[in-house]
Design a protein around this ligand. Structure first.
Ligand code: EPZ
Length: 423
């Protein structure tokens, strides 16, 4: 299995261009099934998850041209589609469930075998199904007990749906189905992430009538038909935050290009509390970790616009070496501290109790053999390896390939001592 070898690196310096957002492009690619016309999606990150989504759309009968060297994907889904998502693709990427709404609209049916839990939690979909049932979809409850979504839909009718939790995926799936339902749908307690806004912008360009994306109440007036469009995907705010932490933890001075600072208010605020200097310039956002001592702060992850759960583990890497103790509380996923054991192998001495982690800080980390337990935790242990004494060997790096385009090359260009070992 491929591994990363990471050596203690000096301060990262130079500039890095942020790629398009993984969590924006995946629902947008699914939404392309809502029209038979061609959709051209640009600024697509060259990621394993994008490749899997391309394969999934093709397996459903769409024609997909992916030119990831030039960061673009074209989707044309003329004629009839298959309604069953192949399990071997769904088990590789939970986000496959995002095709649920579009499949129901196009074929009147959707069958998706859900994989079990994953490293960070059970990942239920009851809110996705609650919303779909509210607009007229029927779910085979027996199949559901076997972990299979078997949904059928006649003409969908708008309704009001309250989400018990502002689920990103549920908001996206309901928005896609409601776009072509009869009448108006209101999603209350909707997710407010920038990726929701990007999906709504894509759908509205196609002719949908969606208002309120980015707030907790989204109103979707159903329309008859949607047309093919061209769309540029927003920059990846989680990749951005990851490289901001990389600059801070190595006491570096890095310019990040292709950034939307507004998408990172919580992260920028927290990095500033730790002593990083963050300035917005014409060319992008400059992050300096070399101006002041990096000190501790406390983090509580929340749905957007709160501190993003996806940056909890990368930020924790910074806290292990910051001056003073920190408390991290993870409220979004029920099991997102798998990286703590990896940091402790490096000498971090973190203690956890339920969804709370106490990081003593002031540590000089030691290189070790560690594992990427999920996509973001993988990036986090690489960041720790950049400042640890000696060599850190990171395995299961396929997780990282899923969500960070050119991760090694971008870090190397900033002066990081990291190399990929393909076995
Ligand atoms: C999206 O996942 C992202 N993935 C995740 O990023 C991100 O961590 C998450 O949103 C939260 O921001 C994509 O966009 C492809 P949720 P999603 O539904 O939609 C619970 C990454 O690293 N929940 O908002 O699956 C759920 O169990 C990935 O890029 C229910 O209880 O997230 C979780 O605890 C990881 N019932 C919480 O809500 C439901 O029906 C957040 O889940 C749905 C969700």
């Amino acid at each position: 299995m491929a591994k990363f070898l990471v050596q203690k690196s000096g301060p990262l310096k130079g500039k890095v261009k942020i790629s398009g957002s993984k969590n924006a492009v995946l629902p947008i690619m699914a939404a392309a099934l809502l029209t038979e016309e061609k959709c051209e999606i640009k600024d697509v990150p060259a990621l394993r998850d994008v490749e899997v989504m391309c394969q999934l759309l093709e397996s459903l009968g769409a024609r997909v041209e992916s030119d990831l060297d030039h960061n673009r994907v074209t989707v044309v889904s003329e004629g009839s589609l298959h309604f069953e998502a192949p399990f071997d693709l769904v088990k590789m990427m939970r986000a496959s469930v995002l095709v649920l709404g579009a499949l129901l609209i196009r074929t009147g049916r959707a069958v998706i075998h859900l994989p079990g839990g994953c490293a960070i939690g059970k990942r239920p979909v009851e809110l996705h199904l609650k919303g779909l049932k509210a607009i007229g979809v029927s779910i085979d409850e027996h199949q559901l007990t076997r972990g299979i979504i078997d949904a059928t839909a006649g003409k969908l009718r708008g309704n009001t749906v309250y989400l018990d939790f502002p689920s990103v995926g549920a908001t996206e799936v309901i928005m896609m189905a409601a776009a072509l339902a009869e009448g108006t749908t209101v999603i209350e307690n909707a997710a407010q992430e920038p990726e929701i806004v990007d999906l709504a912008n894509f759908l509205n360009k196609m002719g949908a009538r969606i208002k309120g994306a980015g707030t907790d109440t989204i109103k979707i007036e159903g329309v008859e038909k949607l047309k093919g469009v061209t769309h540029h995907v927003i920059p990846d705010r989680i990749e951005t935050g990851t490289f901001m932490v990389a600059a801070a933890i190595t006491r570096g001075n890095v310019l990040l290009e292709n950034v939307v600072p507004d998408h990172l208010k919580a992260v920028i605020a927290k990095l500033r509390e730790c002593g990083a200097e963050i300035t917005m310039t014409e060319e992008g956002v400059r992050v300096r970790g070399d101006k002041r001592t990096i000190v501790s702060t406390d983090i509580k992850t929340l749905p957007y616009p709160g501190f993003p759960t996806d940056l909890q583990s990368p930020f924790m890497a910074l806290l292990t070496v910051a001056k003073g103790p920190s408390v991290v509380i993870e409220t979004v996923f029920e099991n997102r501290f798998m990286h703590v054991g990896e940091f402790n192998r490096m000498g971090a001495n973190i203690k956890t109790n339920g969804n709370c982690a106490i990081i003593p800080g002031d540590k000089t980390l030691q290189g070790a053999q560690v594992v990427a337990t999920d996509l973001r935790a993988g990036a986090a242990v690489v960041l720790a390896g950049l400042v640890a004494e000696g060599t850190t060997e990171v395995s299961q790096i396929y997780h990282i390939d899923r969500g960070y385009e050119g991760f090694v090359d971008k870090l190397k260009a900033l002066g990081a001592n990291i190399m990929r070992m393909d076995e």
